[in-house]
Design a protein around this ligand. Sequence first.
Ligand code: BTN
Length: 249
Amino acid sequence: MSNLNFIHLEKIDSTNTCAKNLLDSSKNTIDVDRCVICAEEQTCGRGRMNRSFYSPAASGLYMSVIYCPKEFKTAAEYTATAAVCVCDVINELFGIETSIKWVNDIYLNSKKICGILAEGYINPKTQKIEAIIVGIGINLCTEDFPPEILEKAGSLHLKNVDKVNLAKKLATKLFENYDKDEFFQIIKEYRKKSNVIGKKVKISPVINQEQKDFEALVLDITDEAKLKVQTEKNEILCLESGEISTKII
Ligand code: BTN
């Protein structure tokens, strides 16, 4: 767990925003490469699709890592790798088996206990992508969720977790796997941990917002972490992004 530039904060708006600000203010992105920012509370935690991420004090792990590779992989590789690493570290440290709901939500007993937000950092001067920021929020003992997420959100029900140790273990595993060029191994693990393969799901496209929600059967996760589905018209589609719900009414 060496070589980590670890920043521990009591309270921040969002660790992902903090990571972006660090990159903006650094002369050279290499100076902040592998920086880990961990906060006890977020006042403006961010989730995918401009949602907020509920981040009260003394309840969860809220962390972001900055990674500056020489060559960039696809966004799917960074997020799928993070999802597998989160499940592995939770299992190693606490003996709890979690699963992955495509794209990158971590579930325990049908409830989402962790969200992952991976963002590319584009240098405003060069307009080039220079880093990846991966934000991870784990509900360790979060309770009293707001009404809009009450049905879906859950926690690991773990009190007194050493969050610094957890964040360092997670960041170390993440960087190790990002450095290796072995996504084919990660995707095998991702498939094993997937809780949607073989299930009928409702798909809400996020890119083409005009396209309506539709139902489909999940056949597999492809080697590129796409969701391979069969629609009710028997079409086979491979989706790169989207939001899926396993509750079909
Ligand atoms: C999602 O579920 O849509 C993704 C949630 C990601 C939340 C984490 S908490 C740490 C980091 N900082 C943020 O503002 N978001 C991520």
